[in-house]
Ligand binder design. Structure first.
Ligand code: 5GP
Length: 179
């Protein structure tokens, strides 16, 4: 039994996610036909997205992980710390950062800046979700799965206090309370 399942309201179904993930993978595959890109998945939220994404790719690709501190509960932290750095060399390689959600943009700004110091040939960004009304970024996001309203969501890798990552769709937490 899920705790608080009655407070979850589905906003994006598993079917819609998987079909969008296929489109993004197709697009990425066509863009990197000559040399395998390195996917850098931001732990923990993007693990499900990156797992589905790379299995839909029809070119070679590599994968690595990075972890920074971010949310604790439902409120954003102002500063970011590294918990786990990448372990492969990205010098002169094409890197695709895989993020679960861009909220304020703080995390993606920090990670992009850090990875640029390692001299990759290119950096692109794929995020499953984005909250365009509050995201503060001054560069293009190459692949956005879905734009959503500035509400706290869970599922498909996204948690609330480490729970709900295994839900197959995307849900608003507390969604039924406002109805
Ligand atoms: P940002 O730095 O863009 O404000 O936040 C990015 C990180 O905060 C995401 O990688 C994710 O871990 C967390 N986050 C932001 N918005 C949400 C949300 O609506 N739900 C969940 N579960 N995590 C979120």
């Amino acid at each position: 039994m899920y705790s608080n399942k009655e407070n979850l309201k589905e906003i994006i179904s598993e079917e819609k996610i998987l079909s969008r993930v296929k489109e993004i993978a197709y697009d990425i595959s066509n863009k990197f036909l000559d040399e395998p890109p390195i996917f850098i998945s931001i732990l923990k939220g993007s693990v499900i997205f990156v797992a589905d994404l790379i299995r839909e790719m029809n070119i070679d690709c590599e994968i690595d992980f990075i972890q920074v501190s971010s949310y604790s509960g439902a409120s954003s932290k102002e500063s970011i710390d590294f918990i786990k750095d990448i372990s492969i060399n990205i010098n002169e390689r094409d890197v695709i950062i895989v993020e679960d959600i861009i909220d304020t943009g703080l995390t993606i700004n920090f990670i992009k800046e850090k990875l640029l110091e390692l001299n990759p040939r290119s950096i692109s960004i794929a995020t499953l979700l984005m909250k365009p009304e509050i995201a503060n970024i001054d560069f293009e996001i190459d692949w956005v799965g879905f734009e959503i309203a500035p509400e706290f969501v869970v599922g498909y890798g996204l948690d609330f206090n480490q729970k709900f990552r295994n839900l197959r769709g995307i849900y608003i937490l507390g969604g039924n309370e406002s109805e």
